[in-house]
Structures are given as C-alpha cells and as structure tokens.
Design a protein around this ligand. Structure first.
Ligand SMILES: [Zn+2]
Length: 310
C-alpha cells in the first residue's frame, strides 16, 4: 500500500540546506513552519560550516530538537549520508551524517538538496497533495526530485533524480561533472552565463550572470530575452524526457534561475507542447512556491518522518 499522507509530528527538527555560496539552517515544526533561522555565507569546506551553523542555531534556541536533516547539493549516498560526488560544492568531510551525529546527540538524515526541495514543495508548496510529481531545480547546476505514488523516489543508492547530468546534446558544452552536453550544461544559470558571454550581453567590466541577463531581459533587451528563451527551450527538452519517463501530474520548476519566471517557463512549456502535445495532454509546468526554503523545510519533514516511523 502506498502511503501518500504525511502525518505531521509534534517534534521540532533542524533542516539545513547547503549550497555553493550559502547555507540556510532552520528549526522547523511538524507543520513545515520555520521557527528560527540562520543564513550564513560559506567559503571553503561546507561540512564544517554545516556543523557550526547547527551549533549556533541550537544554542540560540531553548526548544528541544531531537533530529537534524541536511539537504546537500551533491550525489548523496542514502542512507549512509555521505557525499559520493560533488561537482559544484567542496565539502571537505564527505561523511556529513557522521560529522553531524558526532557533534550533536541527534538523529541525522542527509539527503540530496533537490530531493528535499521536491518533498518540501509536495508537502507545503506548489505540489501540495500531488502524489506523482517531478521537481527540477535550476540554479548554478540542475537538480531534480521524483515523487511517485506519494513517496520520494531515491533509487537503489540515493542517486535518483540527477536530471542535470542527462545527456541532452552529444558533443555539447562542457559540464562541471566532467561530461559534455548535459542538461545542466544547456539550461542552468551557468549555461545562461556562458550564452550571455558568448553573445557579449551585459557590461564589459562585469561578470555576466543569469540574474543580469534576467534584468536585461525584463528591460526589453532582445538579445537577453533570446538567451533566456533558448535556455527555456533546452529546459523544455529535458522536461519532455522526464515526462516520457515518469508521467507526472505536475512539473515544478524551482531554483534561483526559475525566478526569471515566464521568460524561462513560457518557452519551456512551448517546447513540451511541441514534443508531448501531439501524443497526449502534457502535465502542468509551474514555478515552485517555497523559494530558497524548500530544501530546509523538505529535509526537516523527511527527517521527522523517518524517525517518527522508526
Ligand atoms: Zn554533467
């Protein structure tokens, strides 16, 4: 029998979402509400920064916390809670679960950040109540999460949902993972920056960022609109593959680059319609709702659920 309903626990859980440049650590209650939060810029190894942030958060709170969930941008072996491969973030100590459990007397779950974000959106965000959904997070890289039959799908070792490294264009641009032509190399913020630099969009003296292209695009710069439109088209190609694989009822697009909104989503939807539409009604493709809190909220819920169920 499939368990599609999450019963909120009574306990408080720390959820930490760690990315390349900053981390969010939050005390989250059983209904997904953040009670306290801490945002830190990170430089250097991420695992010691995670341990330090948890310590600061716990010492600033009088509430009883018995479990900690960490959402990390990396291939995370589950249930071991260990970084297996991380093209975008340097962790220093790959055994995140061991590092956190060794520092605090708590139960620990470590999960891929996009898996955690998908679960957060499924419980409390854009995919509330949707038992079959896909999330694609578009930021520096591209991550993904799969919810099927109301449960997060992790695969055999925790590595399911690494959509970013599907090959989309054989012989295409270099990806941070070492391969070339990955989904991430075609449609992420990094890819947008590459396209903008190639087309000399933005001021010469500044590094061109996806956000800059977005700002230019909103001001009607046609070359910038074209870059986002092309990234959106590649996004639509990748999402079409995922629809063929998983037949989700809903596709949620999150991550920092998704804040470009319709500039990215409209061309993505058009590409999906072109590829999937002639065969069947495509699922809705919507923007995420929880923003940069999805990972912390989602991993807290996953952690709570794991230890509530025993
Ligand atoms: Zn790759």
């Amino acid at each position: 029998m499939l368990e599609s309903a999450y019963t909120p626990g009574v306990g408080l859980t720390v959820g930490v979402d760690v990315g390349g440049t900053k981390l969010l650590a939050a005390i989250v209650d059983g209904s997904g509400k953040i009670q306290h939060r801490l945002v830190k810029e990170t430089s250097g190894a991420a695992t010691p920064a995670v341990v330090q942030a948890i310590g600061e958060l716990l010492s600033s709170s009088t509430e009883k916390v018995s479990s900690v969930g960490v959402a990390a941008a990396a291939y995370i072996a589950y249930p071991e809670g260990r970084v297996a491969f991380s093209p975008n973030v340097e962790y220093g100590e790959p055994d995140i679960k061991m590092a956190v459990a060794g520092a605090f007397d708590v139960d620990v779950v470590v999960e891929n950040d996009a898996n955690a974000a998908a679960w957060g959106e499924r419980l409390y965000g854009a995919a509330r109540g949707v038992d079959d959904m896909i999330m694609v997070t578009v930021g520096t890289g591209i991550g993904g999460g799969i919810v099927t039959g109301g449960r997060l799908y992790r695969g055999a070792g925790g590595f399911a949902g690494e959509f970013g490294h599907m090959t989309i264009l054989e012989g295409g641009p270099q990806c941070a993972c070492g391969d070339a032509g990955c989904f991430e190399a075609m449609a992420s913020g990094t890819a947008i920056e590459r396209m903008a630099a190639e087309r000399k969009i933005g001021p010469d003296q500044a590094a061109t960022t996806g956000e800059l292209v977005d700002a230019l695009a909103r001001n009607g710069d046609q070359a910038a609109v074209d870059v986002l439109s092309e990234a959106g088209r590649w996004l639509g190609i990748g999402v079409s593959n995922l629809i063929n694989l998983f037949d989700p009822a809903l596709v949620v697009i999150g991550g920092g680059v998704a804040e470009a909104g319709d500039l990215l989503l409209v061309p993505a939807r058009m590409e999906v319609q072109r590829r999937i539409g002639p065969r069947r009604q495509p699922p809705r493709i919507v923007a995420a709702e929880l923003g940069n809190e999805a990972g912390a909220i989602g991993v807290a819920a996953l952690t709570n659920e794991e230890f509530e169920r025993g």
